[in-house]
Design a protein. Structure first.
Length: 192
């Protein structure tokens, strides 16, 4: 057996957290720098790295210890980045359509829409759990980085990331179920 990670991967496949930590320690920099090279953004590269290793953990039961782990996570990293590019392309297209539609609307409709949107957004934010609401307000409304928000709230960066992901999802779903499709699309674009 030529795979130096064989036993570690075998343990990981059985749910061993120490094996996961060991593999993360060995490969996270490789994933981070590969993502940074393609995305040119430290925050995006950190998010991709976290997503790659979350996928490794979530799919640990499918890992084949005899296979090349570096190639395995390389494929996951590439797929996560491609998904990010596709999402950005869809968002750009939707923003373009939204801008065209908004430019065609008259001012009174636009004012009504803005008022409805801000009311729904305010309601949705108010329904978030307190810590999640604080994280969302600090990052999305005050413009803090995840690291700065984590320091301010005394939690980890990954906790902030989880709060933001869950807050965005809740807000999109809340507005989607309480507003019209145009409002839901706008929120989807703004809070992805």
């Amino acid at each position: 057996m030529d795979n130096p990670n064989y036993f570690c991967l075998k343990c990981l496949a059985q749910g061993d957290e120490e094996a996961f930590v060991a593999l993360y320690g060995k490969y996270h920099r490789m994933v981070y720098f590969a993502a940074l090279k393609m995305l040119h953004s430290e925050d995006d590269a950190k998010d991709v790295t976290q997503t790659v290793f979350m996928k490794v953990w979530e799919h640990r039961g499918n890992i084949k210890p005899e296979e090349d782990f570096e190639a395995y996570i390389g494929v996951i990293c590439r797929n996560v980045i491609f998904d990010l590019f596709k999402k950005e392309a869809r968002e750009a297209e939707m923003k373009q359509e939204l801008a065209l539609t908004a430019s065609e609307a008259d001012n009174s409709d636009e004012d009504d829409f803005k008022e409805k949107y801000y009311n729904l957004l305010h309601e949705a934010i108010g329904k978030l759990p307190p810590q999640r609401r604080k994280a969302f307000e600090i990052c999305k409304l005050q413009g803090y980085s995840y690291d700065r928000a984590a320091s301010k709230l005394g939690v980890s960066r990954s906790a902030i990331h989880d709060h933001i992901v869950n807050a965005n999802k809740f807000i999109r779903e809340y507005i989607g179920s309480h507003g019209d499709i145009f409002t839901a699309i706008l929120v989807g674009l703004l809070f992805c």
